[in-house]
Design a protein around this ligand. Structure first.
Ligand code: ADP
Ligand code: ZN
Length: 226
């Protein structure tokens, strides 16, 4: 047996990272670690940390590396993630974050970095219809995946809202930063033999199937004696 999974998900805003990360975390029974969700929870809690984070989030700017890295380091050194693994969503987003992550995860590293690919016109369409649970972070779409009861989360009963940073200017800024800071990570992980690029088009179920078969293939290959 080869339980758990240690997976990083990369992809443009609206590629379906969050949706797929939740599904993979259920499939492999490992925690979903989302830096975006953690920051949004901090903002809602009204803490001083949340107050600081908010100005970056609302403007679509990246939170400074040292803040994010400290937060992720704390989360990935807890027992559940060190034993079973994690689905990392929204981190790393810059090369210094990736370097820090690989160092932190030594000697086991990650099983796979999945790059969910999607064209920019689909991204803009998806972001405009995206809604999110303000309590548990579940993702919905007013078009093809609305909550069963309007405005109420299927999973936890929380309020389903549009994200504060899903405004035109913040979206533009996030996509710009993705190209500049995050896209270089695709080559960075590729060079280390860790990357799989998969299509983000199709229904969420189709995408999940695609992701799970790739992860299982890699895990199989990594088994001793195979
Ligand atoms: P999206 O991928 O749609 O931009 P996320 O939920 O992943 O959404 O992130 C939302 C915001 O949280 C980012 O725009 C940024 O301000 C902050 N953030 C999340 N992860 C990171 C990170 N690894 N480094 C810096 N900032 C981050
Ligand atoms: Zn919810």
């Amino acid at each position: 047996m080869n339980p758990g999974a240690r997976i990083v998900i990369l992809g443009k805003q609206g590629a379906g990272k969050g949706t797929q990360a939740v599904r993979l975390s259920r499939h492999y029974v490992v925690p979903h670690v989302s830096t975006g969700d953690t920051f949004r929870a901090a903002v809602r809690s009204g803490s001083e940390f949340g107050h600081k984070a908010r100005k970056f989030l609302d403007a679509g700017e990246l939170v400074p590396d040292e803040i994010v890295i400290g937060m992720v380091r704390e989360r990935l050194t807890r027992d559940d993630t060190t034993h079973r693994g994690f689905i990392l969503d929204g981190f790393p987003r810059t090369v210094p974050q990736a370097e820090d992550l690989m160092q932190l995860l030594q000697p086991t590293g990650v099983d796979l970095v999945i790059n969910i690919e999607i064209d920019t016109s689909s991204v803009l369409r998806r972001l405009a219809s995206r809604r999110v649970c303000s309590d548990c972070g579940a993702n919905y779409s007013v078009g093809d995946n609305p909550p069963r009861v309007r405005g109420i989360c299927d999973v936890c009963g929380g309020e389903v809202v549009q994200r504060d940073d899903d405004t035109e200017s913040a979206i533009r800024r996030r996509l710009e930063l993705y190209e500049r800071e995050t896209a270089p990570l695709i080559e960075w992980f590729e060079a280390r033999g860790l990357l799989a690029t998969l299509e983000g088009t199709g229904s969420p179920d189709e995408v999940t199937d695609r992701l799970v078969s790739e992860v299982d293939r890699r895990k199989q290959r990594a088994l001793p004696g195979c």
